[in-house]
Design a protein around this ligand. Structure first.
Ligand code: FES
Length: 147
């Protein structure tokens, strides 16, 4: 589905802009600039306002991201449990640093705040799906699941 079709689905709904951004995120992993311009037209606001909403919420990204967005919790309990080792393993496996995307457009690495799974730290999420009790040795298998 292209971005125009996605946005059109929410045109008449209350809160449609945010809903459409969520749907766009699901499809593209980020909010492409042309989609924000289209959303501004559909929801009858200025491009600056539509862009402002896109950049206000941390769950939206306007930067191109990989198909799989892997986020690691950097809050204290995960940090103490060894998140740094997991970060090092992910960076080594993918050959990129945190905040970067792989050249093939498959993976992006990001930090996140606590995702509410502190009972089993460290925690990473892959496109929002949590993986608990992660350690460096588990990283290759988790990445292999991302086809
Ligand atoms: S501190 Fe990492 S999930 Fe809560």
């Amino acid at each position: 589905m292209d971005y125009k079709e996605i946005i059109a689905k929410f045109a008449d709904k209350p809160g449609g802009l945010i809903e459409s951004y969520h749907a766009l995120l699901k499809e593209f992993s980020y909010l492409p600039e042309e989609a924000i311009v289209e959303a501004a037209k559909v929801f009858k606001m200025s491009t600056a306002e539509a862009y402002g909403v896109a950049t206000f919420y941390s769950m939206f990204s306007v930067k191109s991201r990989g198909k799989y967005v892997i986020r690691i919790c950097e809050s204290a309990p995960c940090h103490i449990a060894g998140a740094a080792e997991v970060v090092a393993a992910m960076e080594k496996e993918l050959g990129i640093k945190m905040g970067e995307s792989t050249a093939d457009g498959r993976f992006t690495l990001e930090f996140t705040e606590c995702v509410g799974q502190c009972q089993a730290t460290p925690v990473i999420t892959v496109n929002g799906k949590p993986y608990l009790d992660v350690n460096a040795a588990k990283i290759p298998a988790i990445l292999a699941e991302c086809k």
